[in-house]
Design a protein around this ligand. Structure first.
Ligand code: ADP
Ligand code: ADP
Length: 230
């Protein structure tokens, strides 16, 4: 259904002066089943975000194949949404919490009453009841991150792409959000690719954990079944 097939995927760039070609990722092979919670684990700079952004359709691949549900994918789609590490760049500062969460629904012309029901549900789910009419600048970093998650969930994508989404949160909030995410994933059956450099977080959340190698021409070197999860 929402299975993701990645074959020989690579991303290269050319040095401006010398024209020399460098690979950020190279020969990435990966199959993720629909409904799976997959972790992409590796140190900073190994190319996790690059890979996630290719899957999102935000970054063009240089070679190889990316198929979702059997279809070759090159562009962003309604079936996928990204939760970034920093919420600030993705929230509209001139919209309230509720308006931010309802933004995608407005784009889809969801009727107002229905928008309200959906935004209430997800605002509640991320624990922001009572903050609906606040603007992003009135919120803490953790609260903004929760607004971002609520907005993505309100849009109901089949595939959640999460790029160190809880990395900037304090430990307590992070723990709460991790639990919420697992609960939501269980309830909705979404496919999740979750990027982290935190081994503890990987072991806590992922059904399978893919390890990305360090340095240039990075690829997924090992995949572990995580018996420890849940
Ligand atoms: P991670 O998410 O694992 O921290 P990234 O995917 O953000 O890694 O980056 C991997 C490496 O590729 C980094 O060294 C980064 O500086 C480099 N990089 C990312 N995008 C580009 C680009 N467009 N041109 C050149 N280098 C890039
Ligand atoms: P309507 O049912 O006519 O859309 P609303 O009460 O939902 O009325 O919104 C009133 C106004 O508030 C809109 O015309 C718009 O300018 C602004 N607004 C509310 N929510 C959003 C949003 N999510 N994105 C952009 N503008 C919004």
């Amino acid at each position: 259904r929402n299975g993701i097939h990645i074959e020989a995927l690579r991303k290269s760039y050319s040095e401006q002066t010398s024209g020399e070609v460098h690979y950020i990722i190279k020969d990435v092979d990966l199959v993720i089943k629909g409904g799976e919670f997959f972790i992409l684990l590796g140190p900073s700079g190994c190319g996790k975000s690059t890979l996630l952004n290719i899957v999102a359709g935000f970054v063009a691949k240089s070679g190889g194949s990316l198929r979702i549900g059997g279809q070759e994918v090159e562009r962003p789609g309604k079936d996928r949404a990204v939760v970034f590490q920093q919420a600030d760049s993705s929230l509209f500062p001139w919209l309230t919490v509720r308006e931010n969460v309802e933004f995608g629904l407005r784009m889809k012309k969801t009727p107002k009453a229905e928008r309200r029901v959906i935004s209430d549900r997800y605002i509640g789910l991320v624990g922001l009841n009572g903050h609906e009419n606040k603007f992003p600048k009135e919120l803490s970093g953790g609260m903004k991150q929760r607004v971002q998650l609520a907005r993505v969930l309100a849009n109901d994508p089949e595939i959640l792409l999460m790029d160190e989404p809880f990395g900037a949160l304090d430990a307590m909030t992070r723990r709460t959000m991790q639990k919420e995410l697992v609960r939501i994933w269980r309830e909705t059956g979404k496919t999740v690719i979750f990027v982290t450099h935190d081994i503890q977080e990987a072991l806590l959340l992922g059904q399978r954990i893919g390890i990305m190698s360090v340095g240039p021409s990075s690829r997924i070197t090992d995949i572990y079944e995580n018996a420890q999860a849940y």
